[in-house]
Design a protein around this ligand. Structure first.
Ligand SMILES: [Zn+2]
Length: 178
């Protein structure tokens, strides 16, 4: 697997020995070399859980899963699908229906109905966020985004970086992980 730590101005510490802090400590940049650290293990585990969660999606074209983690707790989850009360069918012909919600949007809006908030949280998502979701991620106060699969468009990722959000890509085949 290949780990790219793309943007480190707002780094959250996931290492096992220290408590997760939501303060805006601008710690020094993590190594860009791709070497694994203790924090990467948790990133990978949550990302694998996002892949498992994507199996809930009834969408045919692509199944996407997302988790939002704050203070080492999963505070929300989502997968791509139609809004509550709609039929569980994402595609018409082979085209995704315009009202299908992306996994990130489902996870973020789920928090709006809960007693939690996503300020300072980390989003784990199986696929690179699109620009619409990137806007929601920024406004939700999420500090870190960890994703696996690239998308041909990078405008979402570019926007996240412009907003100072740490973006980490962990390319891995979740089926190969223990
Ligand atoms: Zn999206």
């Amino acid at each position: 697997m290949n780990i790219k730590n793309e943007q480190t101005t707002r780094q959250e510490d996931f290492s096992a020995s220290t408590s997760y802090s939501t303060s805006n400590s601008s710690s020094s940049s993590e190594s860009q070399s791709g070497s694994a650290s203790g924090g990467d293990i948790l990133h990978r585990r949550y990302l694998r859980m996002a892949f498992i969660w994507s199996e809930n999606s009834y969408c045919q074209r692509r199944q996407v899963g997302a988790l939002i983690v704050k203070d080492k707790m999963i505070i929300s989850d989502g997968y791509n699908g139609t809004p509550s009360g709609f039929e569980n069918v994402c595609e018409e012909g082979n085209v995704t229906k315009p009202y299908v919600l992306h996994a990130e949007a489902n996870a973020i809006t789920k928090i709006a109905r809960s007693g939690n908030n996503s300020d300072g949280a980390t989003l784990y998502v199986t696929d690179s966020p699109c620009i619409e979701c990137a806007k929601l991620i920024i406004q939700a106060g999420i500090h870190t985004v960890v994703f696996s699969r690239s998308y041909r468009l990078t405008d979402g990722i570019d926007l996240l970086r412009r907003a100072g959000i740490e973006v980490i890509q962990i390319e891995e085949n979740p089926n190969n992980e223990k």
